[in-house]
Write a protein that binds this ligand. Structure first.
Ligand code: ATP
Ligand code: MG
Length: 235
């Protein structure tokens, strides 16, 4: 298994935010974690990325426990994150932002090829590579954030609400891009409030509420679960 999370607990100071989370991502899969505002989605993904430290539990990548390693070493295990709100260097150019994603020694050696791939995935970024990132549209900035993560050559891409704040047409583009990235061999752990879109493309999904994973399964199974239909689909 590419990613195995076992009984993961996380907290902010003394305030717990994630209890006993257990989930798997197989190589090549898209796995969605859906849940409402404040459910703990970012907490989960940031803990896997090493941005937050796990209180308890295990995070294994290809069997190696990464829960206790230093956060800057997590990327050495092939994990990259597209954080909530993108977190670009808005005063820097598109190209400078992308290059920052590929600083790690092994990624740096492949940087030219990676850049070519990213710019072919996002032709608009190629056109605007010298533009200041902060002056671009929300969708284009999200592309820069995704491109920056891809520059690290991840096997597992963690994405925190990539559709947030984007217009419906741009959201569709974003999900198409995620599918393309996945088809090129990158596993994706996708955290979303947009349950419809996320479940449409996921191979497997988890539902998180108030810091706990309360349901999991194939998207079709979850979509036919009466409680989930009522809570998330309003039917
Ligand atoms: N830096 C922080 N300090 C203290 N509490 C926090 C912090 N960040 C999040 N929390 C709390 O942890 C819980 C989970 O928050 P989290 O951001 O993980 O939710 P989320 O599912 O990502 O929500 P959203 O959909 O709004 O992004 C919430 O109760 C939130 O208030
Ligand atoms: Mg969040």
């Amino acid at each position: 298994m590419l990613l195995e999370v076992r009984n993961l607990h996380a907290s902010y100071g003394d305030a717990p935010a994630l209890w006993d989370a257990t989930l798997d991502v197989a190589a090549g899969q898209i796995v969605a974690v859906v849940g409402p505002n404040g459910a703990g989605k970012s907490t989960l993904i940031n803990t896997i990325a090493g941005i937050l430290r796990a209180r308890k539990g295990e995070i294994r990548i290809d069997g190696a426990d990464i829960a206790k390693i230093q956060s800057h070493r997590v990327c050495e295990h092939g994990i990259a994150i597209v954080p909530e709100g993108r977190r670009l260097f808005t005063h820097m150019t598109v190209l400078e932002n992308l290059e920052l994603g590929g600083w790690r020694a092994d990624a740096r050696a492949l940087r030219e090829g990676s850049l070519e791939k990213v710019l072919s995935l996002f032709p608009i970024l190629k056109e605007r590579r010298h533009q200041i990132a902060g002056s671009m549209s929300g969708g284009q900035q999200q592309m820069v954030a995704i491109g920056r993560a891809l520059m690290a050559r991840p096997r597992l891409l963690l994405m925190d609400e990539p559709s947030l704040g984007l217009s419906p047409a741009v959201v569709d583009d974003m999900f198409r891009i995620i599918r393309t990235i996945n088809e090129r061999g990158v596993a994706v752990l996708l955290v979303e409030q947009n349950i419809h879109k996320a479940l449409e493309m996921a191979h497997h999904a988890y539902v998180i509420e108030q810091g706990r994973i309360v349901a999991s399964g194939k998207p079709d199974t979850l979509l036919s679960n009466p409680r989930i239909r009522e809570a998330y689909l309003g039917v």
